[in-house]
Design a protein around this ligand. Sequence first.
Ligand SMILES: [Zn+2]
Length: 82
Amino acid sequence: MKMNDHLAVKENAPTAKPQKFLHTICCNSCGTVLSKSYSGTESYVRCPKCQADLYYTVDDKGPTIHIIKKPKNLPTPPALAE
Ligand SMILES: [Zn+2]
């Protein structure tokens, strides 16, 4: 006598896991992709390309990036003699 048929297989069980989204963090100054972070992240990072120091937070809507220190290697404007 086979009794296998009543074995319930749990599929697509709803999970109570909070949804997290992966956001791409780009340098505010030069646009280089710095990191990929989940919502809820809060971090400091230095851009490897332009050396800007950045602080960013990520929420469900997306990343918010602030420049802490502007990049050093900006072209310096020529000094104008008056
Ligand atoms: Zn940069």
